[in-house]
Design a protein around this ligand. Structure first.
Ligand SMILES: Cc1cc2nc3c(=O)[nH]c(=O)nc-3n(C[C@H](O)[C@H](O)[C@H](O)COP(=O)(O)O)c2cc1C
Length: 487
């Protein structure tokens, strides 16, 4: 039976067109507020019967590794509070016409948004044509999904989370195709604008974070995905756009626009990106022990989990350096080398290494001896008792001023880098058999002092390593947000 059902007008009270002023969001009358509490289902979708192209099937397959690729059915990439504040779009060739689909691997559904000349024009002004025998996969952040739990700090988590997902997808794509490369850095930010405009991302409070370019799919790559995906043609809905919920709009408007980065030479139109390390500098504690790639990475990603708690006791130095060596994996990412971005190891209980702080990016820097006692650690991690007995921590840090150009307009390069390196460290620790968890709930200034960092350094992200205790609950997923230090 076909339906001509239309969304009732009243339901729009909770949603804003982007041109509406604040009076539409607040101070609603009782009836208008009540209208806003009701749901109205979408019009019956127009199913898309056309056969899916090989590129689209491969993009689906890649996304399934992100959401179903772990051994226990959880998401493959870590995310603060397990929120996953992003969404994905694939650009593929549909019968020789470029097309953009919004893909949702959880519902296993796709929506065709654009096809034909408008996509070709946007690509010509940005990333070049859809690669032969390949596709582009876009990650767009939706900061409010994290900000509604964590307030302003949710923006930081959104950037770190996106770095994890993009790196996971890049590694997984390397297994599927001859070439996979990630465009994310300042060079590609202006490049991304035509796609951003085509998809009305900023108008819908989304930020394009990365574009994964995959080409030369291997013959052995699966021709179809395990579980059925359904598609609908959403092109007629595009011109009117999706209305934005007022709360999402309020979060988005609270983020500064960010400065314009100079457009340096990116990697448009198929010029290969060289693989490079994401950390500038070196240290004897950071051996050249990159992840080997291929199915090994897939197996590590499937096993990787965040520790729920640590038990007291030392970890062996060689196991620790084997874990840290994962960060030496060279990746084809267009982030330029950034010597201002550093990593510091805080050793608390490592067999063979005195307690203290060690610069992982300056080979000649002397260690800074000193122990971080358990009460101090818990306090500097916003009261997270489950972290008390971590044997070592890795702090990623950079000068505050290097963060300022990022905002709504551009992803924040150092945060993306921290997320990507954090991901490599997760996989390195999994390979070495160490328990690991990232944390976002920490006091940056206090950790900078504990690790003896120069005063202008901001600690952006921390990962803890050690031996897992038997805890079964991941506490930061609970409602009480550690980042807020709520009582
Ligand atoms: C940016 C970020 C911040 C996080 N912050 C914390 C934290 O403060 N405390 C904690 O125990 N876990 C933290 N985690 C780990 C997440 O809780 C974990 O990734 C999520 O629950 C999914 O579980 P999984 O990593 O085992 O798949 C964080 C993870 C990320 C990526």
């Amino acid at each position: 039976m076909t339906s001509t059902y239309q969304r009732p007008l009243e339901a729009a009270t909770l949603l804003t067109g982007r041109s509406h002023g604040p009076e539409h969001r607040y101070g609603r009358s009782g009836p208008a507020f009540w209208d806003g509490l009701t749901l109205s289902s979408a019009a019956t979708p127009q199913p898309l019967a056309a056969a899916r192209s090989a590129g689209l099937i491969q993009a689906e397959h890649l996304l399934e590794t992100a959401c179903l690729g772990s051994r226990n059915g959880d998401f493959a990439a870590p995310s603060a509070g397990a929120i996953q504040p992003y969404e994905c779009y694939a650009v593929v060739d549909d019968d020789a016409a470029p097309a953009v689909y919004a893909l949702d691997p959880v519902r296993r559904s796709g929506r065709l948004l654009h096809r034909g000349s408008e996509v070709a024009e946007a690509l010509a002004r940005s990333h070049g044509p859809v690669p032969e025998s390949g596709f582009l996969l876009l990650v767009a952040a939706r900061p409010w999904l994290s900000m509604r739990k964590y307030g302003d700090r949710g923006f930081l988590y959104t950037q770190l989370d996106s770095g994890h997902l993009a790196t996971h997808l890049l590694l997984a794509a390397g297994d599927q195709a001859e070439r996979a490369e990630l465009l994310v850095g300042p060079p590609s930010a202006p490049l991304s604008e035509p796609l951003d405009q085509l998809l009305r991302l900023a108008a819908r409070c989304r930020q394009l974070v990365s574009v994964l370019r995959v080409s030369g799919l291997r013959p052995g790559a699966p021709a179809r995905t395990h579980t059925g995906w359904s598609y609908q043609d959403d092109r007629s809905a595009v011109p009117t756009g999706d209305p934005v919920a007022w709360l999402e709009e309020a979060c988005w408007d609270s983020i500064p626009a960010g400065g314009a980065d100079a457009h340096t030479d990116g990697a448009p139109g198929g010029r290969p990106l060289p693989a490079a390390g994401l950390l500038t500098g070196s240290s004897a504690l950071l051996p050249h022990a990159p992840l080997v790639g291929g199915t090994d990475n897939r197996a590590l990603a499937a096993r990787r989990r965040s520790a729920k708690g640590f038990r007291p006791g030392p970890i062996p130095l060689d196991q620790l350096t084997w874990a840290l060596g994962g960060m030496r994996t060279a990746l084809p990412v267009d982030l330029p080398a950034d010597p201002r971005f550093s990593a510091t190891l805080v050793a608390r209980d490592v067999d063979g290494l005195p307690t203290g702080a060690y610069d992982l990016t300056a080979p000649d820097a002397p260690p800074r001896p000193g122990a971080v006692d358990p009460d101090e650690l818990v306090a500097a991690c916003m009261g997270q008792q489950q972290l008390r007995d971590a044997a070592a921590l890795v702090l990623f840090h950079a000068p505050r001023r290097s963060l300022h150009s990022g905002g709504r307009r551009h992803p924040v390069g150092p945060l993306f880098r921290a997320g990507a390196l954090g991901h490599l460290l997760y996989l390195g620790a999994t390979r070495a058999g160490l328990a690991v968890t990232a944390i976002g709930g920490f006091d940056s200034a206090r950790w900078a002092e504990l690790a003896g960092l120069p005063t202008e350094q901001d600690v952006l992200y921390i990962l803890l390593l050690g031996t897992a205790d038997g805890s079964t609950a991941k506490l930061d997923r609970m409602q009480t947000a550690y980042a807020q230090d709520e009582k």
